[in-house]
Write a protein that binds this ligand. Structure first.
Ligand SMILES: NC(=O)c1ccc[n+]([C@@H]2O[C@H](COP(=O)([O-])OP(=O)(O)OC[C@H]3O[C@@H](n4cnc5c(N)ncnc54)[C@H](OP(=O)(O)O)[C@@H]3O)[C@@H](O)[C@H]2O)c1
Length: 234
């Protein structure tokens, strides 16, 4: 697998924050956007923040998809299905798609503290239906605050990774553990993404109520269940 990470929809706060953290960790990152110029602008902003050696570039989404076997999807739910259909020809068998999409009711004019019912069970399962054969989907990062990701402090949250492909789970956990402060946890099958996506709506409600940027920590598991970042304040 090629080591570049393509963040599709990487111009928004979630994608930009993840890209910033991975660039700081020494990963090669490609920002994807519907607009190549916007992708390049975002890449330049991330490069300036991540340091002189940061490897960040920007491409239109299809080109970003074609340039990597490791794809991270950070678009609003209302755009997820149409975008995946458009990107299908650009995805290669053997790729991993990490989906951070949350089906917030805000997508259809409702509250961000509520979720929509998704026929397949979750946004991640919808993604799994839409990718070409041979592309594995993992669900992760739905509970990681973009506000925190875009800051400089270590994060204070766990990332639950759900996938039906153990290889995709492993790759995703490794990427999560590159973010300082994050502990990655294998959350089991992709269908569990339904529960993880719901937690985001709860966190948004808590943020509104208490004026914060909440995250989750899962306690009580053996040490081996947590894949932990070795990076701090980078
Ligand atoms: N914000 C958070 O704290 C957070 C945390 C975890 C997970 N998430 C989830 O991650 C996803 C992205 O969150 P975000 O806050 O970064 O969202 P966002 O700013 O609304 O969107 C991210 C990017 O997606 C692209 N986009 C917007 N509408 C689109 C459409 N209809 N079709 C294709 N592309 C579209 C845009 O990029 P271009 O215009 O450049 O193409 C935009 O910059 C969401 O599903 C969200 O629920 C968010």
């Amino acid at each position: 697998m090629r080591r570049a990470i393509s963040v599709i929809g990487g111009t928004g706060p979630a994608g930009t924050g993840l890209a910033l953290r991975w660039a700081r960790a020494g990963e090669t990152v490609i920002i994807g956007s519907r607009d190549a110029a916007r992708a390049q602008q975002t890449a330049e902003t991330i490069r300036q923040r991540a340091g002189a050696n940061a490897q960040v570039s920007g491409l239109e989404n299809s080109a970003a998809c074609a340039a990597s076997d490791l794809l991270v999807l950070t678009v609003p739910f209302e755009g997820q299905a149409a975008l995946l259909k458009q990107l299908k020809p650009a995805m290669r068998a053997g790729s991993v798609l990490i989906d951070a999409t949350v089906p917030l009711a805000a997508s259809v004019g409702g509250r961000a503290s509520r979720t929509l019912g998704v026929w397949q069970g979750s946004a991640a399962q919808q993604a799994a239906e839409l990718v070409p054969k041979g592309v594995s989907v993992a669900a992760a990062f739905q509970n990681a605050s973009a506000e925190q990701l875009n800051g400089d402090a270590d994060l204070d949250c766990d990332v639950i990774v759900c996938s039906d492909d153990p290889g995709a789970t492993q790759v995703t956990m490794e990427l999560a553990a590159k973010i300082a402060g994050v502990r990655a946890i294998d959350g089991g099958k992709l269908e569990n993404a339904r529960i993880v996506e719901q937690i985001t709506a709860l966190l948004i409600g808590l943020n509104l109520r208490h004026k914060g940027h909440s995250g989750i920590r899962i306690t009580g598991l053996p040490d081996g269940a947590y894949k932990v970042s070795l990076l701090h304040n980078r």
